[in-house]
Design a protein around this ligand. Structure first.
Ligand code: ATP
Length: 258
């Protein structure tokens, strides 16, 4: 089976600065892959290129959903990339603060079902039915991330770790084949980190692939099937956790940072 995502020689320049330099990687369906590297290595820029926030300077992004022909993601707007089945969370939490927890997830659902919702608007009696379905699905996702009991709270009333889980629920509401998580454990206490790990495993059990940027190396080593290491925009190593742990280039990149 071809990889779900194939990135060929991706480069991203900002003026004279090359933030990503000819990076290639592949992610298979159902895999957990980590993208690690010191601060400023280009990890978030990489996510921004994959999700249409930045248009890469060079390189090819190929998307091959199961039993479907390959298509390019180059040039697509972020919402069209979401519709393809690629969802993300952000390094800095981006929940809609004045909305309820449930409404935050429903927005994710609407991103996936715009066409259905438009159809429903043209046939008014079915609007309520569609909305009920969206509420039920969103509620089920909140149960899954352990937030059902605060569904009607304002999002900004939630503690930090819970807001991160809410972001994940909103991304899951789009039914992704690949979920990109940008530093999901940042700022979490050990118990929240443990809950996050369980949640990522459960997401992956459904064959959703996960691409994870994370500085918590213990979490990365426990979760990832495969790790890519970025330094100054270049991939300096890739492999399974045990190989990466002992890779001299990786050790140097990290020790150099401390
Ligand atoms: P961290 O672990 O600290 O989040 P990172 O690996 O995610 O770092 P990026 O945020 O992708 O790194 O930044 C990579 C490089 O690209 C940095 O030198 C950064 O200053 C530069 N960069 C990122 N976005 C822009 C932008 N919009 N304009 C100019 N330079 C940028």
């Amino acid at each position: 089976m071809p990889p779900l995502l194939t990135v060929n020689k991706l480069s991203m320049d900002f003026g004279g600065i090359r933030a990503i330099d000819k990076c290639s990687l592949r992610i298979k369906q159902g895999e957990i892959v980590a993208l690690i590297g010191p601060n400023g290595a280009g990890k978030t820029t990489f996510f921004n290129c994959l999700t249409g926030i930045y248009q890469p300077t060079a390189g090819e992004l190929l998307w091959t959903p199961p039993n479907s022909p390959s298509r390019t993601l180059n040039g697509l707007k972020p919402h069209h990339i979401t519709e393809q089945g690629l969802a993300r969370t952000f390094q800095n939490i981006r929940v809609f603060r004045s909305m309820t927890v449930l409404e935050n997830v429903m927005i994710g659902r609407h991103c996936r079902t715009t066409a259905t919702i438009l159809g429903a608007i043209l046939r008014p009696p079915s609007v309520a039915r569609e909305e009920q379905k969206t509420i039920a699905t969103s509620f089920a996702l909140l149960e899954r991330v352990g937030l059902a009991d605060v569904a009607h709270e304002r999002a900004d009333n939630l503690p930090y770790g819970a807001q991160r889980r809410l972001e994940i629920a909103r991304a899951l509401a789009t039914d992704p084949l690949l979920l990109l998580l940008d530093e999901p454990a940042a700022g979490m206490n050990p118990q929240e980190g443990q809950e996050l790990e369980t949640l990522i495993r459960s997401i992956n059990n459904d064959r959703t692939a996960v691409l994870l940027i994370e500085h918590d190396m213990q979490l990365v080593m426990r979760l990832a099937d495969h790790i890519f290491v970025l330094e100054y925009g270049r991939l300096i190593a890739e492999g399974p956790p045990e190989a990466i742990r002992n890779d001299p280039a990786v050790i140097r990149a990290y020790l150099g940072e401390e």
